[in-house]
Design a protein. Sequence first.
Length: 165
Amino acid sequence: MPASSARVLLLVSASLLAAVNAMHQNPGCKPHFHTSEDLDDHVDTATMVPASVTLDGAAFGFPSDGTTEKNTCDELAAVGADGVIRGVSSPIEQGFALGFIATIGEPVHFKYWNGKTKQEYEVEYDFKMSKNAQLGSFGKPLVLNLGKAVASTKRKKSATKKEEL
């Protein structure tokens, strides 16, 4: 594929990520994290499927809390070193599916939102972006340990613009 065609495909992919995330939000849920619409400078993608979370060693939140993929408001978000949200999860029966965009070698960390308690948590898992990375598998799901609860952060939509929750 010529470089110009690849660039056009990437621009379309980056601009559609936010729309795809929004389509997978459950009715009745107010999204906590929002994928930035300004990701065109990042050219690599990764996925995390399936993922679930623990708190103090015990299963926590969706899917262990009795909610289903049809009614949970819990979310995972991939966050770049610049604080920009690179992707927001969709719920699946086994937990979360998360696709995100970054640049190879860039550090990516993760945040979790518990929709029932309206509480945000740091995730004790950091990742150095690699090309076409696949984190977790249905044979070996990724279990993420939650760190401390944090005050809801301002979501950073781009490197220069912040929006209050």
